[in-house]
Ligand binder design. Structure first.
Ligand SMILES: Cc1cc2nc3c(=O)[nH]c(=O)nc-3n(C[C@H](O)[C@H](O)[C@H](O)COP(=O)(O)O)c2cc1C
Ligand code: SF4
Ligand code: SF4
Length: 255
């Protein structure tokens, strides 16, 4: 059922969703990955009949990140087939796939399937550390194989989730900060999805409210001097490590 052309619209602050998408897109003769991570919105996109559109994002608090939705504001289908991939950190994806499915259905996409893949949790390498691993990526290959076998009769897929959706990420009261040793290289500023870090690495207090807590700035800092040590975050990390480091969850496909 799937054609040869793929357009992937991806949000991936720390790169694991992108790894899954890269593997997925290898199976298409003609594929384009459009990264919506650092500020760019998807606009003026028109999809021809042949094009299947992949929507891929990390799960945040069991939901689709608001900022990803914002960047898709002008994206509409014309009965195009669409696939949803949510990537989560071994806790759960809750209502995220369903929420995305509902939004895409309203925008004239024909969602044919969804999948949840697991990646290292943003906040701890003790939770799904090193994932997606080769076994996960082989499941991406298997997902594409399964998609080839689907027919229009298989639409709509059964996607887990409920409305009202799980309460999402709350208002931000902290953000990572640069400590001694910051060389003002500007890397954190360039990778911040919401553009709230100055080129010298400082983050104005009034911008804290917009922080996604995505940790892109912390993980990409070349001198490892950007920190997040808010008390609520440390408590959350302890809770996640205690409850969700085990058992290993496996990718799931929804048809
Ligand atoms: C703000 C925030 C909320 C998150 N919420 C969840 C969640 O509800 N369930 C889960 O299993 N993982 C959760 N995670 C972990 C990410 O979904 C996971 O690490 C993902 O792979 C990150 O994707 P990326 O590398 O493409 O940015 C959360 C991460 C962040 C930053
Ligand atoms: S990436 Fe690190 S060293 Fe560079 S400006 Fe940001 S905090 Fe400073
Ligand atoms: S400042 Fe906040 S939103 Fe920006 S990269 Fe850092 S954690 Fe992400």
């Amino acid at each position: 059922m799937i054609g040869k052309k793929l357009v992937a619209l991806v949000f991936s602050p720390t790169g694991s969703t992108l790894k899954v998408v890269r593997r997925f897109s290898k199976h298409f003769e003609d594929s384009e990955i459009i990264e919506l991570t650092t500020g760019k919105s998807a606009s003026n996109l028109e999809f021809d009949d042949e094009t299947m559109v992949l929507f891929a994002f990390p799960v945040y608090a069991g939901r689709v990140p608001d900022v990803y939705f914002d960047r898709l504001e002008d994206v509409y289908g014309d009965e195009n087939y669409a696939i949803i991939i949510g990537v989560y950190g071994n806790r759960h994806y809750d209502d995220a796939l369903f929420e995305m499915y509902e939004m895409l259905s309203e925008r004239d996409f024909n969602v044919i399937a969804a999948a949840a893949f697991v990646a290292e949790h943003t906040y701890s390498s003790k939770i799904a550390g090193g994932r997606p691993d080769e076994a996960d990526l082989e499941m991406v290959d298997a997902f594409v194989d399964i998609l080839q076998l689907l027919t229009p009769d298989d639409i709509p897929p059964k996607i887990p989730g409920d409305y009202p959706y799980r309460e999402g990420v709350g208002v931000s009261t902290w953000a990572p900060y640069p400590s001694d040793g910051c060389i003002s290289c500007g890397v954190c500023s360039m990778v911040c999805p919401v553009g709230i870090i100055n080129p010298d690495g400082e983050l104005p207090k009034e911008m804290i409210i917009d922080c996604l807590h995505c940790m892109a700035c912390v993980k990409r800092c070349p001198t490892n001097v950007r920190f997040a040590d808010d008390e609520a975050l440390l408590k959350l990390i302890a809770h996640l490590e205690e409850n969700f480091a085990e058992p290993r969850k496996e990718p799931e496909i929804f048809l």
